[in-house]
Design a protein around this ligand. Structure first.
Ligand SMILES: NC(=O)c1ccc[n+]([C@@H]2O[C@H](COP(=O)([O-])OP(=O)(O)OC[C@H]3O[C@@H](n4cnc5c(N)ncnc54)[C@H](O)[C@@H]3O)[C@@H](O)[C@H]2O)c1
Length: 353
């Protein structure tokens, strides 16, 4: 990384599924960065990751507050279920640590506002781990879009649809732990990326539906195994229409369970006055002298791993004293829209966000 001789010492909270990807990312940044402390409420999780990544046992913590009090760390990497993101991130900021937090930054706008207030009081970085922004294809397409090649982008379609992939753990399917279903799990990814491509216009209103039509049915199966249908308390599908202050609009669809042909796909379609573009196909569609044109963007260096690059961006921002590469204000807009979707479904009409 070579930005400073100082080492960034990281405390990682939540040693479950995604932590492994983060550990591997931090390992690639060694020796400039190092995970020196870990925390999980489950001893077995500490054993598993602590052993695998050779974290000294005396730096294993069962309570993040103990870790914040006792560990010599500069930053905290929050990899816990969504429902406890805010509590842990705010405590870390109060303890004077920089924070990178898995998506969603928090499942409600109110929690994100409290996190932003804590960030401002602490004067530290708070970054959402939106790794898809850091894939090289996203970064190159964003650079292309920023040239204004599409003209005025007035409509966007953002889809992340799965036919039968429901994450079976309670931390994903119970409202209390996750904050929501596919909206909060994968809708966050595709909406963040679509808004990033659009330049994060100000959302004004949302209309949509967030039903659970298949998720509680015993005759419906999933490729990731069985789940507790009694405990499932979130949507399995969402569709919505968002209006922005600049007159542009976006339609969003996300699902874990939906009767469609494909097993899974993600797609963002951006429609502008001069051309349209698609991600991840990375195609551009326009008209020149009466001829319809379709071109394919290609990048010789399209190999970056988004999870690794996002950690690198976080570390660089800290070491160089720069602002968060993913502003929390962006995540607040994403969650205002998703919260609006839930409210719109409850009320049966378009709502202000
Ligand atoms: N960026 C991505 O592509 C991606 C992929 C998967 C998950 N995630 C996000 O990562 C987060 C964690 O997901 P996961 O799949 O790793 O979940 P998980 O359930 O596998 O792991 C979560 C871990 O956190 C621990 N934990 C729970 N409460 C805690 C607390 N208060 N203090 C310390 N540890 C606590 C649990 O014991 C568990 O070991 C979620 O926010 C999820 O949305 C992101």
């Amino acid at each position: 990384m070579a930005t400073s001789t100082a080492k960034l010492k990281v405390g990682l909270v939540g040693c479950g599924g995604i932590s492994r990807v983060h550990f591997n990312g931090w390992d690639r940044l060694y020796p400039e960065c190092e995970v020196t402390a870990i925390c999980d409420i489950l001893p077995a999780a500490l054993e598993r990751r602590g052993g695998e990544f050779e974290i000294p046992r005396e730096q294993w913590y069962l309570d993040h507050r103990d870790m914040l009090r006792n560990a010599d760390i500069d930053a905290v990497d929050v990899c816990v279920p969504n429902g406890v993101h805010a509590e842990i991130a705010i405590n870390a900021l109060k303890a004077g640590k920089h924070v990178i937090c898995e998506k969603p930054l928090a499942p409600t706008p109110a929690e994100i506002r409290r996190m932003i207030a804590a960030r401002d009081k602490a004067g530290k970085i708070l970054m959402t781990a939106q790794h898809q922004r850091f894939e090289r294809s996203s970064q190159n397409l964003k650079a292309y879009l920023d040239t204004g090649a599409l003209g005025e982008v007035y409509y966007c379609r953002a889809h992340f649809l799965r036919r039968r992939f429901l994450p079976v753990r309670p931390s994903f399917i119970t409202k209390g732990e996750s904050g929501g279903g596919p909206c909060i799990d994968i809708g966050v990814h595709i909406l963040d990326l679509a808004l990033h491509f659009m330049g994060f216009p100000e959302p004004v209103s949302v209309s949509g539906i967030t039903p659970c039509k298949l998720g509680k049915r015993k005759d419906i199966r999933g490729w990731w195994g069985e789940w507790d249908r009694e405990r499932m308390s979130v949507e399995d599908f969402a569709a919505g229409f968002v209006r922005f202050a600049d007159g542009s609009a976006l339609s969003l669809e996300c699902s874990w369970l939906l009767n469609i042909r494909e097993r899974e796909y993600q797609r963002i379609v951006l429609c502008g006055t001069e051309a349209g573009a698609e991600w991840p196909a990375l195609t551009v569609h326009g008209e020149t002298a009466g001829c319809l044109t379709d071109s394919q963007l290609a990048f010789p260096d399209d190999r970056a791993d988004g999870h690794h690059t996002e950690l690198l961006a976080f570390a660089r921002a800290i070491l160089k004293g720069e602002p968060s590469p993913v502003p929390s204000e962006d995540s607040l807009k994403v969650l205002r829209i998703l919260d609006g979707l839930y409210r719109s479904f409850e009320m049966g009409k378009e709502v202000k966000v």
